[in-house]
Design a protein around this ligand. Structure first.
Ligand code: SUG
Length: 445
């Protein structure tokens, strides 16, 4: 059966803001005091989704989360009416309030790890929401993420949903940002490549010194087990601890793969030569690596431009497209390298540049914004069609954003009870547009 790679992008939520919440993510730390524009952020994301749809790709939409997260604030001891909870949190614990207002679920590369049916023992597509334990503001995403994924991929004949791993650092799991599936054809059994930052139980593995390694080897192994993957088709690799310390907080900031191509920096992995060999062997000897030397693009340039946070896509006509953020064009070394790649004898045929500055300022590029789900024709027919991008859905969502979103949010706005009302009103309408049912806590009380 023919199979496709679908990209499910996170719709940016109405509270998108810059709060400097992610230690180890340089952009987040640098932009913490800036004003955000949620309306523009959502429209920029939708424009990327529509462009990919127009190119003939299967494009889906994943709904954002309910923020401010009043349920978490109440769990942390704030009481009274919603307005009182917000006011008390703003006064006594403004950083906790900011964490409970983050629109970080937009980066759906961190929503879950997904294994296509051709790779799993029971022949279903498997989903495990990422627990995101390393950052408090992200650790409160996985329950609702799980419900949104279930509402999007509801058919039990085709889709299997697991709960997130235990919520402790030992099993820190950042989802698909550290997972790549290689294959020759999407519908054939592929090789699942899990990249971790440290081991929680084996001190022989090195670890970064400055910034946290968010994802553990043991988390990756647990996901591979529960998805029913075969050992001969799984490769584990450790991210180089030095690049984590240089700001590469997820593997998708230093490497991206698709089909039989790995595009990465030469310093991405520990023992990189062995990693490439293992992947080549698991792929039956036929595998292509485009490895960018540090002499052309430094790790700092990669972090600043998000060169590798690109989407490497197979277009319907067979050509390979690299979707990159505008920051790549603004970095001379990166742009020179990319234009050589495009015009030369490389597997990359075409570049497409997007303005995603609102997301980029929090450390989220094109690849962070999407969750890949490879599906065969039967599975494509089985997922919730209301979440599939179309000309009509694009128009509907654009006007929904225009009606509900603010164009400026600063820290001080997060305690505004009106923002909570606006956000819930918007999300309530969105669940009807996307036919999700009651996925949000405020809809379930
Ligand atoms: O987890 N930023 C996100 C960015 C996630 C990018 N995803 C991938 N690389 N796949 C994070 O660090 C910043 C929020 C703030 O500071 O306001 C934030 O959560």
């Amino acid at each position: 059966m023919k199979a496709f790679e679908a990209n499910f992008d996170g719709l940016v939520g109405p509270t998108h803001n810059y709060s400097g919440l992610s230690f180890g993510n340089v952009a987040s730390e640098n932009n913490g005091a800036n004003a955000s524009n949620p309306k523009l952020a959502a429209l920029q994301g939708l424009a990327k989704m529509k462009a990919l749809h127009d190119m003939g790709m299967v494009q889906g939409v994943l709904a954002p989360q309910e923020r401010p997260d009043l349920f978490t604030l109440r769990r942390l001891g704030f009481t009274g009416s919603d307005a009182e909870v917000l006011a008390q949190a703003a006064k006594e614990a403004p950083r906790i309030l900011a964490a409970c207002c983050s629109a970080s679920s937009m980066w759906t590369a961190n929503a879950a790890t997904v294994s296509p049916s051709a790779d799993t023992a029971d022949g279903k597509v498997h989903f495990t929401p990422a627990n995101l334990t390393n950052k408090f503001h992200r650790s409160i995403e996985h329950e609702t993420t799980g419900r949104i994924l279930q509402a999007t991929f509801a058919d039990e004949n085709h889709f299997a949903h697991h709960p997130a791993l235990p919520g402790v650092e030992h099993f820190g799991d950042e989802g698909a940002a550290n997972h790549t599936r290689f294959c020759h054809e999407y519908g054939e059994q592929g090789v699942e490549f899990f990249v971790f930052g440290r081991s929680a139980f084996d001190s022989r593995y090195p670890a970064p010194k400055k910034y946290p390694a968010r994802h553990t080897l043991e988390a990756s192994q647990a996901v591979a087990r529960s998805h029913g993957l075969s050992n001969s088709h799984v490769v584990y690799a450790q991210q180089h601890p030095d690049v984590i310390d240089a700001g590469v907080f997820h593997n998708d900031v230093i490497a991206v793969g698709n089909r039989d191509i790995l595009f990465c920096h030469e310093q991405a992995f520990l023992d990189q030569a062995a990693v490439k060999q293992q992947l080549t062997d698991a792929m039956g000897g036929s595998f292509r690596v485009v490895e960018v030397p540090a002499s052309r693009v430094s790790v700092d340039d990669a972090v600043q431009s998000y060169l590798f946070n690109s989407q490497l896509l197979s277009l319907p006509d067979g050509r390979t497209l690299l979707v990159i953020p505008e920051e790549c064009k603004n970095n001379e070394r990166v742009w020179n390298y990319l234009t050589e790649l495009e015009s030369g004898d490389s597997p990359i045929d075409e570049l497409k540049v997007f303005d995603l500055k609102q997301s980029m300022s929090n450390g989220g590029g094109p690849a962070c914004l999407r969750l890949r789900v490879a599906m065969n024709e039967a599975e494509l027919a089985a997922f919730n069609p209301a979440t599939r991008m179309s000309d009509e859905l694009f128009t509907t969502l654009n006007s929904w954003v225009e009606r509900h979103y603010r164009d400026r949010i600063l820290d001080a706005d997060l305690a505004d009870p009106q923002l909570l009302i606006e956000s819930r009103t918007a999300l309530d309408e969105l669940t009807q547009i996307l036919k999700l049912g009651s996925v949000y806590p405020f809809q379930r009380v």
